[in-house]
Design a protein around this ligand. Structure first.
Ligand code: FAD
Length: 122
């Protein structure tokens, strides 16, 4: 599996999210070598950082923020139960407790994703 991994991941600067050695080529998500759990939520937070960086770069500003791998990821743990995990490059995901609130957070965000975000409404 190791050789497949080394052939397929995109080498990205972990704090700036540009392809190594190039300032204007970018990658986010599962295909990157970023040292953080692969998840849709991860791709989302990486994209958020990157869109801010590109917006600043293309309007002549210098974007000095660094991406530290911060992610908040809500997932379902059981019947009407969910959990929200917070993690970054230095702190791995830790499970604290699940709750009905987190389940509805997940349900609501999934509903918003498919009903609006995918269709470009939100
Ligand atoms: C069963 C399952 C459950 C999951 N549940 C969760 C969850 O609850 N929460 C969560 O946050 N994450 C979850 N994940 C992880 C999440 O789906 C991925 O981390 C996320 O989709 C990664 O997004 P991405 O855009 O990097 O890659 P992808 O979503 O894989 O998108 C890559 C796209 O590129 C396309 N593509 C590939 N090769 C080419 C090519 N050569 N040319 C053109 N297009 C190409 C693919 O068809 C695909 O559409 C789950 C994953 C699985 C498998």
């Amino acid at each position: 599996m190791g050789w497949v991994f080394s052939l397929t991941v995109i080498n990205v600067d972990k704090n700036r999210l540009n392809y190594k050695d190039y300032d204007n080529v970018f990658a986010v998500g599962d295909a990157t070598n970023l040292p953080v759990s692969k998840a849709g939520a991860t791709a989302h937070f990486e994209s958020q950082y990157l869109s801010n960086r590109i917006a600043a770069d293309t309007s002549g500003n210098v974007y000095n923020e660094l991406y530290e791998g911060d992610v908040a990821c809500t997932t379902v743990t059981g019947y009407e139960r969910g959990i929200t995990l917070f993690f970054n490059y230095n702190k791995p995901p830790r499970a604290n407790f699940d709750s009905k609130f987190d389940y509805f957070l997940k349900w609501q965000s999934a509903d918003t994703f498919f009903s609006s975000m995918v269709r470009g409404i939100a």
